[in-house]
Design a protein around this ligand. Structure first.
Ligand SMILES: Nc1ncnc2c1ncn2[C@@H]1O[C@H](COP(=O)(O)OP(=O)(O)OP(=O)(O)O)[C@@H](O)[C@H]1O
Ligand SMILES: [Mg+2]
Length: 576
């Protein structure tokens, strides 16, 4: 399995910068609101300090009342400003997340099929759920917290410095230990969180594979093995999480003890300073209150570091998907005609041993070619090459004189359809399920496509084309679903059809009926059918026999039977 790429630090930084830059005005607006709220928050301690000083100086109740009223006004203003700032911040965050999700969906849909198959569903599923959500949380919650906390801290420390510079210096006592701890943490947290995310993806993969293959697991008594496999993955996740937990268990205690330090030191040093007349009691009281207020933003900054690390690791994985070249960036050539020409095509999966060796093959427009051969001969692989899903390592596959992988992807998908036993019924109406093959198809066209493939179950549907399919709604049998897939094909109207055991999942009678129904529809198109039911080969114009990645026999059915070679042997044993 080849994992999807993960973006590196500079790429993540650049993308994050762009994300913020695109919302420059909103970010500035949110920041201004938060600064205003923080300034309003500064008034209360300062006013309280003034009350202390005025009482010490023997001031009257009048002054105290006026100052107290000021505190009330400041607190209300701070509350209101905070509310609007948070509201604007969340709107900004949600907008950014929505864009992120949309981009991710588009990139994912543009991924070449072969890349998705190699990466495994778990990796992509984890990225699109866990990782996108983690980035979303980071953008929506972390960004405002940073803005708020940094401005808040700057203002608080600035206020202490303005009031009494000596006390300001004393405040800085707690900072060095936090900075050292933060540096230590940040160095290690990135890789640790990436490892955690990768381990989670592996676990998802394993669990999904076991659930999907539940029958195979039972039939082959693989339960113990699969449990063992899952347990290993859980152990890996557990170890990865312990690692990040260990990092947190170092940073948090250090940071938290650092917060309390300045308050203690200010009070401790404040006494002698007051005695020597350097500062007033009010100054020390206000400074202590400011420092007390600073604990909250400092703590939130720390939490943010934690969330930001998670978010950055996830963002690297989300961005990694867009580093895969999409199909759309593949080619833009327009083929002339539909003649298929394969020359010396050699192919191996992921650099392994060759499974196709120098295949030569010509298919004329409108011709029917059957490909037969033993299991593992490379029939499906050849079908994937012809459809442009895989590219030959050596040699070429051309359609209309153009390498099939260089054809504009939209054009290719319109012209060449590969249909296998794997098909999917999407949640939605029958009409939705047919329409994405041909968005402009009319209802009568859809109904006649269903009739053409012998889907007589259509007549029993309560709401016709509006019947809900998939999930807890009406479930189609494998045979029905296969017919639906074939009907889609008819609507898509491609010039070349590649059928890879397309009717193999149907019971023999249904298969025969569907094939006969299809035959009428297939006329005029090039059809390449991989088949193990040799009546398909019998009806084809020519037959290619594939063995061990090589075409060992090629010609019309009758000629091959007369030749008495491998095909004749297959035919006789199948016929008996
Ligand atoms: N995704 C893959 N990764 C690695 N090897 C693969 C992959 N798919 C197929 N192979 C190998 O390539 C060879 C040809 O497989 P292919 O599926 O093309 O055979 P086939 O003729 O279609 O067989 P069957 O009749 O069982 O469908 C086999 O040895 C198979 O193990
Ligand atoms: Mg196959």
């Amino acid at each position: 399995m080849t994992r999807l790429p993960v973006a590196d630090r500079p790429a993540v930084r650049e993308a994050a910068r762009r994300l913020v830059a695109d919302e420059r005005r909103s970010v500035a607006f949110v920041a201004v609101l938060h600064i205003a709220a923080a300034v309003a928050g500064l008034a209360a301690p300062w006013l309280l300090g003034s009350i202390v000083d005025s009482v010490t100086a023997g001031g009257g109740a009048d002054t105290v009342d006026r100052l107290a009223l000021g505190i009330v006004v400041a607190v209300i203003a701070q509350g209101l400003l905070n509310r609007f700032a948070n509201y604007a911040g969340h709107r900004l965050g949600e907008r950014a997340i929505a864009r992120l999700r949309e981009e991710f969906v588009w990139r994912t849909l543009g991924l070449p099929v072969a890349v998705v198959e190699r990466a495994g569903i778990g990796d992509l599923a984890t990225r699109s759920s866990v990782d996108v959500t983690a980035v979303g949380t980071a953008v929506r919650d972390v960004l405002p917290i940073v803005v708020v906390s940094v401005t808040h801290l700057t203002l608080l420390f600035g206020a202490v410095f303005l009031m009494a510079p000596v006390l300001g210096l004393v405040c800085l006592v707690g900072l060095p230990s936090i900075l050292v701890a933060a540096r230590w943490y940040l160095r290690r947290a990135g890789p640790a969180y990436l490892a955690e995310a990768a381990a989670t993806a592996e676990l998802t993969d394993t669990v999904t594979a076991t659930a999907e293959g539940a029958r195979t697991v039972e039939a082959l008594r693989l339960t113990e093995a699969r449990i063992g496999h899952g347990t290993e993955r859980i152990a890996t996740v557990w170890a990865a999480r312990r690692r990040t937990l260990a990092l947190r268990s170092v940073i948090f205690p250090i940071a938290e003890s650092s917060y309390a330090l300045p308050v203690g030191v200010v009070l401790l040093v404040g006494g002698p300073l007051i005695a020597h007349g350097v500062v007033s009691i009010g100054d020390v009281a206000a400074a202590a209150l400011y420092l007390q207020q600073a604990i909250d933003p400092m703590d939130r900054l720390l939490q943010f570091m934690e969330l930001a690390q998670r978010g950055l690791a996830s963002y690297a994985r989300v961005l990694g998907v867009s580093q895969v070249p999409t199909e759309e960036s593949g080619g833009s050539e327009v083929p002339e005609g539909t003649r298929i020409e394969v020359r010396g095509a050699t192919f191996s999966y992921g650099g392994g041993r060759d499974v196709l060796h120098g295949i030569d093959l010509d298919v004329e427009p409108g011709e029917r070619l059957a490909i037969v051969g033993p299991s593992g001969a490379g029939k499906s692989t050849l079908a994937r090459l012809l459809a442009g899903i895989e590219q030959p390592r050596d040699g070429h596959v051309r359609v209309g004189g153009v390498a099939v992988t260089d054809i504009d992807p939209a054009e290719r998908r319109r012209g060449i359809a590969l249909i296998t036993q794997e098909h999917h019924v999407f949640l939605g109406t029958l009409r939705d399920n047919l329409a994405f093959a041909a968005p402009d198809a009319t209802d009568p066209q859809m109904v006649s496509a269903l009739a053409a493939v012998g889907a007589d179950w259509y007549d029993d549907l309560p709401d016709g084309l509006d019947t809900q399919l998939g999930g807890t709604a009406r479930e189609l049998t494998a045979a029905d679903a296969q017919q639906l897939a074939l009907a889609r094909l008819i609507l898509a109207d491609p010039h070349t059809l590649i059928l890879d055991e397309a009717t193999a999942a149907l019971d023999p009678t249904t298969a025969r009926r569907t094939e006969r129904a299809l035959a009428a529809v297939l006329s005029g198109r090039t059809v390449i059918a991989v088949a193990h039911r040799l009546n398909t080969a019998h009806d084809a114009d020519r037959v290619a026999v594939l063995e061990d990645g090589r075409i060992v026999e090629f010609g019309p059915h009758d000629a091959l039977v007369a030749a008495g070679g491998p095909y004749a042997a297959l035919w006789h044993s199948w016929h008996a």
